[in-house]
Design a protein around this ligand. Structure first.
Ligand SMILES: Nc1nc2c(ncn2[C@@H]2O[C@H](COP(=O)(O)OP(=O)(O)OP(=O)(O)O)[C@@H](O)[C@H]2O)c(=O)[nH]1
Ligand SMILES: [Mg+2]
Length: 310
């Protein structure tokens, strides 16, 4: 696992481990990670494939540090970008001390193909997995029981939790359970750190979250966001400039909106979210650029934290 090893003294009974959060797109993985950490470290939207690379959410309570690895949803990849996203998800699982599979219990039609294929992949690797049925706030009890029985028949799961990442129901129980299973050893990160991503990346993600939330259909998948510059001022405020890369002129027109209304709304909301996360005044500036092949550009992959060769 990358990241600097924390040099602070190991307290008695110290534990630390990595927990991979796997699941189909939209299952609620990022919502769970944010809930466990207690703040936004990973972006969330009602659309599938919101998370594009591995995101760490670090939870330290007393002597135990749990490093949650939020992963992109696993699905059948088509584009190079998709392939890199899925590779990042499996990569997250490979290094982990424990794996939690999140299943959207509210999904119409029961178990989805993506979840089935993840279970098949885990079986192949002979990994033992903790099952978390999510979104219990909107599911009937009978549905939960049927789903639990079907999933447990797979023989992959050691334990089952029923949670609502949204309301927090059951999340403490899951975290307490995970804490007991973390190996003994020093903490990897300082106890007050919540993620390993630099603020510049999180800031770009927060703008991308607004674009995912406010744009329709395929457009969110046709864009990426990068932070170009970051200036801090004596009064504590920050000036952040970002570029939204789209693939075509027509997409740029939609992102900007009639008379600039869309980009204005995205800017205002992203700025507000940034101010909340950073606890300071932020001046956000957004530029939209057409870069036809950004999804085939190694530079853009690196900015996303993805592996070009995946
Ligand atoms: N009702 C309800 N909605 C939830 C719950 N957890 C997540 N959601 C919603 O489900 C949607 C997807 O949540 P995400 O956390 O982005 O899901 P994800 O698994 O990270 O998705 P990808 O990153 O696309 O793989 C969002 O609209 C969330 O608000 C839950 O417990 N209850
Ligand atoms: Mg996600």
């Amino acid at each position: 696992m990358s990241g600097e090893v924390n040099e602070q003294k190991t307290p008695p009974g110290s534990r630390c481990g990595f927990v991979a959060i796997l699941g189909a797109p939209n299952a609620g993985k990022s919502t769970l990670v944010n809930r466990a950490v207690g703040q936004k470290v990973s972006i969330v939207s009602p659309k599938v494939q919101t998370t594009r690379s591995r995101v760490l959410g670090i939870v330290t309570e007393g002597a135990t540090q749990i490093v949650l690895i939020d992963t992109p949803g696993i699905f059948a990849p088509r584009r190079r970008l998709d392939r890199a996203m899925v590779a990042a998800a499996w990569g997250g699982a490979a290094d982990a001390d424990a794996i939690v599979l999140i299943v959207d219990a509210a999904r119409k039609g029961g178990l989805d193909d993506e979840t089935r294929s993840i279970i098949a992949g885990l079986k192949k690797q002979d990994r033992k997995v903790i099952l978390a049925l999510n979104k219990i706030d909107i599911v009937k009890r009978e549905v939960l029981l049927t789903l639990t029985a079907a999933l447990n028949a797979e023989g992959v799961f050691t334990d089952t939790f029923m949670i609502s990442a949204e309301t927090g129901d059951g999340v403490d129980d899951l975290m307490t359970f995970l804490a007991q299973r973390m190996p003994e050893g020093p903490h990897h990160y300082p106890d007050d750190q919540v993620t390993d991503a630099p603020m510049r990346s999180l800031a770009a993600e927060i703008t991308r979250e607004q674009l995912f939330r406010q744009l329709q259909q395929e457009l969110p998948y046709a864009l990426t966001v990068e932070t170009d510059s970051w200036e801090e001022f004596n009064d504590g405020s920050a000036k952040i400039q970002q570029t939204i890369f789209v693939a075509r002129d027509s997409q740029k027109a939609i992102v900007v909106g009639k008379g600039g209304v869309r980009i204005k709304e995205v800017r205002e909301r992203a700025q507000r979210d940034l101010e909340e996360v950073m606890e300071r005044k932020v001046h956000l500036f957004l530029f939209v650029k057409v870069r036809e092949n950004w999804a085939d550009d190694p530079e853009r992959f690196r900015a996303l934290g993805l592996d070009w060769e995946a």
